[in-house]
Design a protein around this ligand. Structure first.
Ligand SMILES: NC(=O)c1ccc[n+]([C@@H]2O[C@H](COP(=O)([O-])OP(=O)(O)OC[C@H]3O[C@@H](n4cnc5c(N)ncnc54)[C@H](OP(=O)(O)O)[C@@H]3O)[C@@H](O)[C@H]2O)c1
Length: 254
């Protein structure tokens, strides 16, 4: 936390896909800075453990469901307003990549699912939070993109394409929703979470040697930037995609 600042006092946030990893790191950061959070994930048990970890029902609630399920979205938004009285911030953090290999051969059913979860559900959550709360009261939205969305990433090509679209959706929404609502994105390189395990497990030294910062990311590296983008400190910043990658893309890598 920066200098004891409490940037989220009196504010509440929904963070999707936040029972672990980057989403939980973001939730922790918001709670540490005085805010209250609604976190989501599919597995309710892990989600409720995360709620306890964050400090219990005074500061956090967990609503289990699939990120792309419209009823789950409605339930989470209603429960957040019931518990905390507002939805000042939305973090569309849920993202999936169930396939690895050449995009030319991708199973199209898997591609549809990636598109539904990574892009359409981020748009749906934003639509609903905007019409329920932010249109009247203002707010901020951050979408979790990826460096795979800014240049080709062999093996995870369609995932990268979905993140490229998410970056574009971020820009379009920023134009449409300003000045009431700011919408930004963050594009990490490899962050040490369950999601990314296959990209570094057993060869972390080798993988991290390509990074100018000579280490892989941890959830806190992303959470601090997301907190900045959500907070009033970034009040003149909208429609941007902040690359948080330990310098990796400077070297030509993704
Ligand atoms: N880690 C990286 O290297 C990296 C790099 C660039 C971008 N990102 C992006 O960062 C975001 C977070 O990734 P992470 O690395 O923190 O992943 P993670 O550690 O695997 O955590 C994913 C979280 O989302 C939940 N989740 C997964 N699928 C879901 C679904 N369909 N509906 C609702 N919740 C779901 C998971 O819980 P359940 O399994 O219980 O649902 C979990 O809480 C993603 O958008 C990812 O694309 C990650």
């Amino acid at each position: 936390m920066t200098g004891g600042a409490k940037r989220f006092e009196g504010r509440s946030a929904i963070i999707t896909g936040a029972s672990r990893g980057i989403g939980l790191g973001i939730a922790q950061r918001i709670v540490d800075e005085g805010g209250r959070v609604c976190i989501t994930a599919r597995n309710d048990e892990a989600l409720q453990e995360a709620v306890v970890h964050l400090g219990g029902p005074e500061v956090a609630i967990g609503v289990a469901g699939k990120g792309d399920d419209p009823e789950h979205q409605d339930e989470a938004i209603a429960k957040t307003i019931e518990a905390f009285g507002s939805v000042d911030h939305l973090v569309n953090n849920t993202g999936i990549n169930p396939v690895y290999g050449r995009m030319i051969d991708i199973d199209l059913a898997a591609a549809h699912k990636i598109f539904a979860v990574n892009v359409l559900s981020a748009l749906a959550w934003t639509q609903k939070v905007f019409h329920t709360w932010m249109d009247a009261h203002g707010g901020t939205v951050v979408n979790l993109a990826s460096v795979a969305g800014i240049k080709p990433a062999p093996g995870i090509g369609f995932y990268g394409a979905s993140k490229a679209m998410l970056i574009h959706v971020t820009e379009e929404l920023a134009v449409e929703l300003g000045p009431k609502v700011r919408v930004n994105a963050v594009a990490p390189a490899v962050v040490k979470t369950k999601f990314a395990t296959a990209l570094y497990e057993g060869r972390e030294d080798e993988v991290s040697s390509a990074y100018p910062m000579k280490r892989l990311g941890v959830p806190e590296d992303i959470a601090s930037v997301v907190a900045f983008l959500l907070s009033d400190e970034s009040g003149w910043l909208t429609g941007q995609n902040i690359v948080v990658d330990g310098g990796l893309t400077l070297t030509g890598g993704v």
